[in-house]
Design a protein around this ligand. Structure first.
Ligand SMILES: Nc1ncnc2c1ncn2[C@@H]1O[C@H](COP(=O)(O)OP(=O)(O)OP(=O)(O)O)[C@@H](O)[C@H]1O
Length: 525
């Protein structure tokens, strides 16, 4: 018989048995009722799957339900008793502070080990029938739950390990893919793979590296500065950059910054407002607006004025332009590719070029090596130009002797590929038979070339030997040379006298391999 369930002060009694009226209570039926309740409570507690204990503060067990007995035996001994004592001590605070202790503290679920059995328990203060303070402990064996938790943890850990393995495998295969794609690109380059827009002849190591770099940087929208001596092929590089960029099918404009004067260049690039200057009768949009979304190639950038440098800096820094005579900034989305044969770093030191603009332009620098540093390309270039001009001039040349090749390999090519091209063009024109001879080779610095051009143009010499197109080209070169010679190599004056724009004259000079610098030098000597 367990007296501890005679806790009739609990309101539960009245709620559970409302038919027991206080007025009709006799001692005997009171005893009966107590017995009945006590039996009911015991039955109820024994039916519970949880283990229920009533403990004294000292840890002695006063009551155990069936589940508790099943688990620990009754009276329980060994380590279980010690554990229960420890538990009762922990719960002692609840007992002692029962009045202050809040409900959550009293019912708090705690986990512990009894022997090797993991359990969770909660405790509440309980008053015995003699009024002594007890602890009611409701405990649950959580071995199975713990096993599940352990299995779940193991499962999660192994899932994580598997995922990490898979991620590393994917990363490794991505790295392999990138490495292989690089190798493929490099092999393609080595095998002479040519993008359809690649007009550059040459498979030397330096040219292969150059191509690789172009392909690497073309995709980004970064500003690119192409440097290299005159005639190395900067325009060809710019063409290939544009053709392999994301703006491939967008507008592409080439501007020679050296060819027109400063104010015209500014108006041309940035546009102008009506009334900005005499003759500005209507607003005009500039090249930067026209080419919006596309690419602008600014050739000879090293020669622009300080004022132009400021305007250009604004475009590169903020992506906006201001029309001449206007003050509204206009947003533009234009990729800038610039080129120069001027040493910009030196120009910065000489205070001729702004340092901030230099940094903005020089985000990616593609430097084209001079021809003298890649002489392996000469044979291929000669063959390419001979074929080209043989077709153009309807000549039958099919042989370039080894002695000529050796002569070309020994030359230093200060004018680079342009000089070689002009030399071959002249040689093809001059050649009498099916092969080029020593006599047909006239190098740019050769006084004969100056003489040949300044001499009166003799049509009879050429009639029958050359097609009309070649004679006209030769004639045009002679006239331009004569004009430059007359005006001491001054391109602006020569252009004015020939009633030609400065840009057009520069283009023709390039085409015919005429250098104003050489003419000036020969005049001085
Ligand atoms: N690798 C090359 N293969 C074939 N032709 C080339 C090559 N490099 C240059 N050329 C030819 O040489 C000439 C000069 O090239 P380009 O105008 O691109 O030189 P550049 O470096 O821009 O010269 P500049 O600084 O004087 O403007 C062009 O006719 C061009 O087609």
């Amino acid at each position: 018989m367990l007296p501890y369930f005679n806790n009739c002060r609990s309101p539960i009694f009245n709620l559970a048995y409302p038919h027991v009226s206080n007025k009709n209570v006799t001692v005997s039926n009171m005893q009966e009722e107590v017995h009945r309740l006590s039996t009911n409570w015991r039955t109820l507690l024994d039916a519970m799957p949880e283990m229920v204990f009533l403990l004294r503060e000292t840890g002695e067990v006063e009551y155990m339900n069936r589940s508790a007995k099943g688990c620990f035996g009754f009276p329980c001994g060994g380590r279980a008793t010690t554990c229960l004592r420890e538990v009762s001590q922990q719960c002692g605070t609840i007992l002692n502070d029962a009045d202050d202790c809040d409900a959550t503290e009293q019912g708090r679920v705690t986990e512990t080990l009894i022997d090797t059995t993991p359990v969770e328990y909660s405790s509440v203060p309980f008053v015995g029938y003699t009024g002594e303070k007890l602890i009611m402990l409701v405990m649950r064996d959580i071995t199975q739950r713990k096993n599940f938790e352990r299995e779940l943890l193991q499962f999660n850990t192994s899932i994580e390990t598997i995922l990490q393995q898979k991620i590393s495998e994917l990363q490794a295969s991505e790295e392999t893919r990138i490495r292989l794609s690089r190798q493929v690109n490099s092999l393609k380059t080595q095998l002479g793979f040519h993008h359809k827009a690649d007009q550059m002849v040459g498979r030397s190591r330096k040219m292969r590296e150059l191509r690789e770099m172009i392909h690497q940087v073309a995709g980004s929208d970064a500003t690119i500065l192409i440097t290299g001596e005159s005639g190395t092929g900067k325009e060809l590089v710019a063409n290939l950059l544009k053709a392999t960029s994301q703006r491939e099918d967008k507008p592409f404009l080439k501007i020679n910054c050296n060819a027109i004067n400063d104010s015209l260049l500014e108006a041309d690039l940035f546009g102008y407002e009506k009334g900005a200057f005499t003759g500005a009768t209507a607003r005009k949009v500039g090249k930067f607006e026209v080419v919006d979304g596309g690419t602008i190639f600014l050739d000879e950038i090293g020669d622009i004025s300080p004022r132009m440098q400021v305007s250009l800096l604004r475009v590169l820094q903020n992506g906006e332009i201001i029309r001449v005579g206007g003050n509204e900034p206009i947003k533009v989305d234009v990729r800038v590719i610039a080129a120069t044969n001027v040493d910009l770093a030196q120009a910065v030191k000489d205070k001729k070029f702004r340092l901030d603009l230099y940094y903005r332009l020089n985000i990616i620098n593609i430097d084209i090596p001079p021809l003298r540093e890649r002489k392996e390309d000469i044979v291929e270039l000669v063959s390419f130009f001979v074929n080209h001009y043989r077709e153009a001039f309807k000549k039958e040349i099919d042989f370039v002797p080894k002695s000529i090749i050796n002569r070309l390999l020994a030359h230093d090519w200060p004018g680079n590929v342009r000089e070689l091209e002009n030399l071959i063009q002249r040689a093809v024109l001059m050649a009498k038979g099916k092969m080029i001879t020593e006599a047909d080779l006239i190098f740019d610095q050769d006084p004969r070339i100056e003489q040949q051009r300044v001499d009166t143009f003799n049509i009879d010499d050429k009639l029958g030997a050359l097609p009309l197109k070649a004679i006209v080209a030769d004639f045009e070169a002679a006239i331009i040379h004569r004009a430059l010679d007359k005006y001491n190599g001054n391109v602006s004056t020569a252009a004015t006298q020939l009633k030609l724009g400065k840009t057009a004259l520069y283009d023709k000079m390039k085409q015919h391999g005429i250098s104003a610098k050489h003419i000036k030098q020969s005049k001085r000597n």
